[in-house]
Design a protein around this ligand. Structure first.
Ligand code: MG
Ligand code: MG
Length: 637
């Protein structure tokens, strides 16, 4: 199947769109009628531009309100089709894309509609053109692909075929198994779009919420599986109407689009064991086994205070890099690398972002395979000796230009701590009971969220949970969880992606202050949060104060004992539970630049304390306002 994309998916004028599409590696494009109409040049010129860019025009769509017109309007409708044929020929393409009629005048009835398509097919054949018919989910008489297929079948013209669009099928909840019975050579075109499951009318859902395969909730690999049975080999074309994409970068959305199709074809192959014609070969997705280390970029001036905080959190400095100004801190299974070297990647990252997480290293079963998969998915592998040590650890460019290192046992990369670092005698206040990394929270521009969702879920064997809205005092923050390789004993990778459309939320202000997207907090597991937080407080770690009202509410809505609630209150610990267990959380106050640590005790609980997120955000905003000496009363005026 040939990856293709409709110009409507991305932002810009027609030329900008076509250039971005070609640059993203597509060789086929659907031109959306409005893009052509708004373009000042002739269709012949557009044809030439596409030829120069190596793009084949699949169709120029759509052609509306064709079938079922009453006798008085029928002739005029066929005249319109002839004009559209002229246009298609000028553009050098051969497919007339007819979507099911919305006209109030249109009459229904499968035999009647089949007659219209028989005549249209005969007229198209005289010019060597084809006709495709798509059932819109909100079509007046035809909204089901199975009815559209029956009309096409009865039209009995070899050049009249069916157009399948995954959105129109899944949004109506139609079964997809019937697709298997359609001969592949009678399918004129296949359009793919994903979408989050929402309760709304199909038209608004389609116009604003479609997204790329892998970013939503539809079973697109299952759709492709059915399609494979038909023998269809034509274009697999993205048709995405999405408000974020219209506002986003054309280049990035086009690249994400190509990536999503490569992922989709690979996903269908992995799931069915069948080969998808045209799919790019790549190793299968693998789960993350765990977080190997987290690297901080810290300059010399900020280093004493930062290392002091790590010490108070219970981290011991256990290694000094043999040749660079890089130190290794450990506690339990957590390894933090503090990089203050004056050269290299971490240094440039620090100059832009201040004290920050510049890299995340994950352990996977096979690091070279993961890098090969990244390349096949159009990710940007990072090469060169940029790791925290002498070993050339393979990496992929991640969020905000940070690095995602990948390590495995087989390639010997797991030995990095011994190879690169000279052991030093621990000199710190002692362990605080932190044992492992629970989750990493990344904050980004709202428009980027789907990009990074696709980045992680295409590269790794990962699952995503539905996006959640969290209320910040200054707006709404969208939060999206991605998990890979999560087992019973805390291994794997848990990521939380956050983004906000409102400019005044803490998430949005983080992106502004940080000069880009990045890691906003890291949550570390303890088996006894009361002991850990008590230790941190004794050591003077500044913890986020939680208002009394929160604990009064706990009393009202949970069955915790008063003693338990008092203990949580004394330490500023938040509480949540689900059907599987309990979750306790506490936060350090934020460092300059907005980063903070979270301490969690997870007892079988599967979530991330979303019910408490609003309380945390309000507490952080209050502190921030106090720091900025903004008097709340003044704001109220
Ligand atoms: Mg469509
Ligand atoms: Mg968290």
């Amino acid at each position: 199947m040939i990856p293709s994309i409709a110009t409507v998916c991305i932002s810009g004028n027609l030329l900008e769109k076509l250039e971005a599409i070609a640059k993203a590696g597509f060789s086929a494009v659907e031109i959306f009628e409005n893009d052509l109409i708004a373009h000042p040049g002739s269709p012949a010129e557009v044809r030439r531009i596409c030829e120069d860019l190596g793009l084949r025009i699949v169709t120029c769509q759509p052609f509306r309100d064709f079938e079922g017109m009453p006798a008085a309007r029928r002739a005029r409708t066929f005249d319109r089709a002839e004009r559209k044929f002229d246009l298609l020929q000028e553009l050098g393409t051969d497919l007339l894309f007819v979507c099911s009629s919305l006209s109030p005048e249109a009459e229904g009835g499968i035999p009647r509609l089949a007659e219209d398509f028989a005549e249209l097919g005969q007229r198209a054949a005289k010019r060597g053109l084809r006709v495709g018919y798509e059932a819109l989910a909100w079509g007046k008489h035809v909204s089901d692909y199975r009815d559209a297929w029956e009309i096409v079948r009865r039209a009995g013209q070899p050049n009249v075929g069916l157009i399948l669009d995954s959105f129109h099928i899944f949004s109506r909840g139609f079964e997809i198994e019937s697709i298997r019975n359609i001969p592949g050579d009678r399918i004129a075109l296949v359009q793919v779009a994903d979408a989050p499951k929402l309760q709304m009318d199909t038209l608004s859902w389609s116009r604003h919420w479609r997204c790329l395969p892998g970013q939503g909730d539809f079973d697109l690999p299952g759709f492709l599986d059915c399609l494979l049975s038909t023998g269809y080999q034509g274009p697999l074309s993205l048709e995405i109407f999405n408000d974020r994409f219209r506002a986003g970068s054309a280049r990035l959305v086009a690249r994400d689009g190509h990536r999503s199709l490569l992922w989709l074809m690979n996903q269908a192959e992995t799931r069915t064991g069948k080969s998808v014609p045209g799919a790019a070969p790549m190793p299968p997705p693998a789960p993350v086994r765990g977080v190997e280390f987290i690297e901080f970029a810290v300059d010399e001036a900020a280093r004493p205070e930062f290392e002091g905080l790590l010490g108070a959190l219970g981290f011991a400095k256990t290694g000094q890099h043999r040749s660079k100004d890089v130190a290794l801190f450990r506690q339990g299974d957590i390894r933090l690398v503090v990089n203050s070297d004056k050269e290299g990647f971490a240094h440039s990252y620090q100059i832009t972002h201040g004290t920050s997480v510049c890299a995340l290293a994950v352990k996977v079963p096979d690091a070279p395979a993961l890098i090969a998969r990244a390349r096949a998915l159009l990710d940007a592998p990072h090469t060169g000796a940029v790791g925290p040590g002498e070993l050339d650890i393979p990496a992929v460019r991640g969020l905000g230009g940070s690095l995602l290192y990948v390590m495995d046992d087989a390639s010997g990369l797991g030995r990095w701590a011994e190879v690169d670092f000279e052991p030093v005698a621990a000199d710190n206040p002692g362990d605080a009971g932190l044992v492992s990394v629970d989750h990493v929270s990344q904050t980004m521009q709202y428009e980027e969220m789907l990009t990074w969702l696709l980045f992680y879920t295409s590269l790794l064997d990962a699952r995503k949970t539905p996006s959640q809205a969290v209320v910040d005092p200054a707006g709404v923050v969208q939060s999206q969880v991605i998990e890979s390789g999560i087992g019973a004993t805390g291994e794997g990778l848990r990521l939380v992606l956050n983004g906000s459309q409102s400019h005044r939320t803490l998430s949005a202000r983080f992106v502004t202050d940080f000069f880009g997207s990045g890691v906003q907090h890291i949550a570390l597991n303890t088996r006894d949060i009361r002991r850990t937080v008590a230790t941190l407080r004794e050591r003077g770690v500044s913890m986020l104060p939680i208002p009394e009202n929160y604990y009064d509410d706990l009393e009202a809505r949970t069955d915790l004992s008063l003693e338990d609630i008092d203990a949580l209150k004394a330490l500023g610990i938040l509480y949540d539970r689900d059907e599987r267990g309990t979750f306790l959380q506490a936060y350090t106050t934020t460092l300059e630049g907005g980063f903070f640590f979270e301490i969690v005790e997870r007892n079988g609980y599967a979530g991330y304390g979303a019910t408490n997120a609003g309380i945390r955000l309000a507490a952080q905003s209050r502190l921030r306002a106090a720091e900025e000496e903004i008097v709340v009363d003044d704001l109220a005026l």
